[in-house]
Design a protein around this ligand. Structure first.
Ligand code: 5GP
Length: 198
């Protein structure tokens, strides 16, 4: 175990999945459940992408400008970051450091690059979980439902990235196929509780 890992008591669960896999709903259901209340803290990322109407600023994301993002990056306030469809996303470093020092367990929803970066930074404390959609047809339907009809290019890009992410899924510690929300919440909860009790 590396020196850095030895100092950390908590676990970091990183959840990834392509756009349309249903991972956000899954994670929200997981956090709402009684079993994990107070055991897991979700980190809220910074993003420069526009705010969607259903999203709550400060809970789903901290919506910031590109200049603000660059300033945070220069000040080393971002632990890891990615560029996705032209927008920037980053994990707040101070929040993670604070929670880890307190021995809290953290939940992060990141893309493939972010998941691997966190695993590299905290190899002994990171658990990576991939949420796959049951099929590419299902994924396409969900992505089309989310993006406005006029944004054909965004749909195409999201599907391309989704296929890439599906190919990377074997690099994760766990992979679950989100066929039914209820079943998947149960599976995810079992993974998390199982690792927390080790
Ligand atoms: P969306 O725009 O659909 O909310 O997110 C696009 C992708 O960025 C998703 O795969 C999401 O998990 C990922 N993501 C969100 N925040 C972060 C972050 O802070 N870092 C990284 N690496 N990926 C992120």
């Amino acid at each position: 175990m590396k020196e850095k890992d030895r100092k950390i008591k908590g676990l970091i669960f990183v959840i990834s999945g392509p756009s349309g896999s249903g991972k956000t709903t899954l994670v929200n259901r997981l956090l709402d459940g009684r079993d994990l209340k107070n055991k897991l803290v979700k980190s809220t990322s910074f993003t420069t992408r526009p705010h969607r109407s259903a999203e709550e600023p400060g809970k789903d994301y901290f919506f910031i400008t590109r200049d603000e993002f660059n300033a945070l990056r220069s000040a080393k306030k971002i632990l890891e970051w990615t560029r996705y469809l032209g927008y920037y996303y980053g994990t707040p470093k101070d929040h993670i450091d604070k929670q880890l020092k307190k021995g809290k367990n953290i939940l992060l929803c990141l893309d493939f690059r972010g998941a691997l970066k966190i695993k590299r930074l905290y190899p002994g404390n990171t658990v990576t979980i991939f949420v796959a959609a049951p099929s590419l047809t299902m994924l396409q339907k969900r992505i089309e439902g989310r993006c406005s009809r006029t944004r054909k290019e965004e749909i195409r890009q999201r599907l391309k990235l989704a296929r890439q992410e599906m190919r990377n899924s074997r690099k994760y510690d766990y992979r679950l196929v989100n066929k039914s929300l209820q079943k998947s919440v149960g599976e995810l909860k079992n993974i998390v509780l199982g690792r927390l009790s080790n």
